[in-house]
Design a protein around this ligand. Structure first.
Ligand code: ADP
Ligand code: ZN
Ligand code: ZN
Length: 721
């Protein structure tokens, strides 16, 4: 007997290849089974989607190829995983093959059955070799009343949970306890052991979190019970983690946004830490939001468990309504989308307003730059305050969202500026290695000795970046002594200083150990860290975001400043004297007034009102059609033709297509970029319209006006427009 499995293989996003390809097989293959199949002249990895015993109409045996082999020893990917992948492909307008294969570890594509078998044997041995050392070791802090309350409410929650907890309120302990509760629930026989997925924005930034999970769970559940999954790992490491999760030997997967696609047969809880963080949204390939997919995935997993053919013998929970897979979104500054969902009752909001130990949030001090000495980059009172802190043995953070020494180098004689020849952007002056570096395309050159246009020797930096602030502070604080009489130490942490593997950990350790007194850095220093001796945080150029054109800029700025402030005074004993300083030319700005009160709910309410009036997300729904081309004209032509050809498509009347516009940074690496905003007040309409538009977009590619088009993409629920 022959079978005719339909199989998903990696297809380029817009290749036009149908969702699945039909092959032939002697054996019946389980949906979700991993196979190797011939494609063109190669043999590629595929996922069985379906396995009927009759060929689809019109296909004959002669026209189909046989499945080359099954990856033995690997259980099939389960229905929930396939549903997640299918939904993601549909929702984000990509091909099923692209999403499915991107969700698997790249190395799986290269292994043949023998190599894989060897891997699996090694895995099994490793897993068996390290029994728990201390099964009773699970111990955490004694819970605060707020933590206990949150956990109790979580246990009974029937909807996705939004944990709105102040910075330093102890959200991590809630994640740990919630995880523990899941792991201690025995899975019914024949079912995979219970598993938890914990997502963080950038794992390297929070080595502490990983350490806490390992410390807490490895003694009780064995080495290997906690695995990581993120793009900083080698392909071999990723495969190892993935296999551990897929086969159920890993009970906790800790990862970045890509981990949302991990195969987790026993998944019962998904935690999304710092759920507001923009890095949960992918900016390439399928532009998915891992936070949104986490919510979707929890729902799918719950439905599947509720409908399981053999009802699990777990005690019925409450009224029987509690989802079997919960999702817990945590933040001190939730995204407005999640906040709105909680307002509407779609999510359950749990609050932990107090800091552990009862400490206060730092006092906000606005420095009016209109009243500072002309040309001062750092206000003298701020520098003085930092000096006092250092003398008392306390630490300071200085936040500036721009790395390098200066954003531009300029000649004051002829007006030359350090533009990038390949981009419509300036190259940043990096003084340490005396280079001009483009932060968009990477183009790097040595700083010229003289102005390339007029020969003037006096070319000077304009504006400032972290390198310069570090240099200035070192000078300004040169006479400040620490309590032991040694001189104050200033360090810097940004994408440049942390490029080398391991350097970030070293820099964080220097701060934690007290070796460094002042850390200057980009938003990297504001995120999630549990610094114990910081009592002063300063934001020195917040103004640029106050008047940005992106409607999400205020939300981002508010979150960033509140998160940054949250790094100060985490030790309750010092919190009373902790401060957040902000240098601004607009001290009366309403955003600062609300920030001063640490009043996120007021800020959110005000922003949501504005968004509602303007029909912006979360009240309206958006997508972007993006086009990259050799010329701006071609890019825009593609968008305009696409808009014309949309006439008559379903829901066209419910959709607003805005005019094509160049991106703010119009040209990157000699490619011109343009986009068109698609807007509507119905998510369903947007989805149906975009699906119908896909084939049209494929066809528009070959329009003569769009000659020179390099690529196009749809971004659903874009984060910046
Ligand atoms: P958040 O993520 O909410 O900003 P953390 O989870 O980092 O806060 O917790 C802040 C600090 O409080 C950490 O040092 C943590 O170890 C400590 N902590 C958390 N819960 C408790 C508790 N119940 N008792 C004592 N300390 C706690
Ligand atoms: Zn010049
Ligand atoms: Zn460039």
């Amino acid at each position: 007997m022959a079978f005719w499995p339909s199989i998903v293989v990696a297809t380029p996003a817009h290749s036009g290849v149908g969702a699945t390809l039909t092959y032939r097989s002697e054996l019946s293959l389980a949906p979700g089974a991993l196979v190797r199949v011939p494609l063109g002249s190669r043999e590629v990895l595929g996922v069985v989607w379906d396995c009927p015993d009759a060929p689809p109409e019109g296909l004959t045996e002669a026209r189909t190829k046989a499945v080359a082999g099954v990856l033995e020893g690997l259980p099939a990917l389960n229905g929930c995983w396939r549903q997640l992948v299918k939904f993601s492909a549909q929702y984000y307008q990509r091909s099923l093959g692209e999403v499915a294969l991107a969700a698997l570890p790249p190395q799986l594509r290269e292994l043949d059955s023998t190599q894989l078998a060897r891997r699996l044997r090694r895995r099994a041995k490793a897993a068996a070799g390290v029994p728990p050392t201390a099964p009773e070791a699970l111990q955490g802090h004694d819970l605060s009343a707020e933590q206990a309350g949150a956990l109790q409410a979580l246990a009974a929650a029937t909807a996705p949970v939004l944990l709105y907890g102040a910075t330093g309120s102890g959200k991590t302990e809630v994640y740990l306890r919630a995880t523990q509760a899941v792991l201690e629930t025995a899975a019914p026989e024949n079912e995979a052991p219970t598993q938890v997925l914990v997502m963080v924005p950038e794992i390297n930034l929070t080595p502490q979190l990983e350490a806490r999970f390992r410390e807490r769970f490895e003694p009780a559940f064995g080495i290997g019970s906690v695995v990581c999954l993120h793009s900083g790992m080698t392909p071999a490491q990723r495969l190892t983690s993935w296999l551990a999760a897929h086969t159920g030997s890993a009970r906790i997967v800790l990862g970045t946004r890509m981990a949302v696609f991990a195969s987790l047969p026993g998944l019962r809880l998904i935690v999304v830490d710092e759920e507001h963080d923009p890095s949960y949204k992918s900016q390439e390939g399928a532009r998915y939001s891992a936070r949104d997919l986490a919510v979707y995935r929890a729902k799918v997993e719950s439905e599947a468990l509720a409908n399981a053919p053999h009802p699990s013998p777990l005690p019925p929970s409450g009224e029987g309504e509690r989802p079997r897979c919960q999702v817990l979104l945590g933040s001190a500054t939730p995204s407005l989308e999640s906040w709105h969902a909680a307002d509407q009752g779609r999510y359950l909001r749990l609050e932990m307003p107090g800091r552990i130990g009862g400490g206060a949030l730092p006092r906000l001090r606005l420095v009016d730059m209109n009243h500072q000495p002309k040309g001062a980059v750092l206000a003298p009172p701020l520098v003085a305050a930092m000096g006092e802190r250092i003398a008392r043995g306390e630490q300071c953070l200085v936040l500036l969202n721009r790395r390098g020494y200066a954003p531009v180098l300029a000649c004051h004689d002829c007006g030359w500026k350090s533009g990038c020849p390949h981009c419509s952007a300036y190259r940043v002056f990096h003084k340490l290695d005396r280079t001009l570096r483009c932060h968009h395309c990477g183009f790097t050159e040595r700083v010229p000795r003289a102005c390339p246009d007029c020969g003037n020797l006096d070319i000077a930096p304009v504006g400032r970046g972290t390198e310069q602030i570090e240099e200035q502070l070192a000078g300004l604080l040169a006479d400040v002594k620490r309590p032991d009489g040694s001189p104050a130490r200033v360090a810097r942490m940004d994408a440049d200083s942390t490029r080398l593997k391991g350097s970030l950990e070293v820099q964080l350790a220097a701060l934690h150990s007290g070796e460094v007194d002042v850390l200057v850095g980009t938003q990297m220093i504001a995120k999630g860290h549990d610094f114990r001796r910081i009592t002063l945080v300063a934001g020195i150029n917040a103004d640029s975001a106050l008047f940005a054109s992106d409607y999400r800029a205020p939300e981002r700025l508010f979150a960033l400043l509140m998160q940054a402030a949250g790094r100060a005074g985490r030790d309750a004993a010092q919190s009373g004297a902790s401060e957040m300083w902000i240098q601004t030319w607009y001290p009366q700005h309403p955003l600062f007034v609300t920030l001063k009160k640490h009043d996120y709910p007021a800020f959110a309410a005000e922003q949501l009102t504005e968004r509602e009036q303007a029909g912006m997300p979360p009240y309206g729904f958006q997508a972007l059609l993006r086009a990259d081309a050799r010329t701006q004209q071609a890019a825009q032509a593609f968008l305009n033709i696409a808009a014309e050809q949309a006439a008559g498509l379903p829901h066209r009347d419910d959709i607003t297509l805005y005019p094509a516009v160049p991106l703010t940074i119009q040209r990157v690496a000699n490619v011109e970029r343009a986009q068109m905003l698609v807007e509507t007040d119905s998510r369903g309409a947007l989805q149906r319209f975009l699906s119908a538009w896909q084939p049209v977009l494929h066809a528009c590619r070959s329009a003569p006006e769009a000659k020179g088009l390099v690529r196009w993409a749809v971004d659903v629920d874009p984060l910046s427009i």
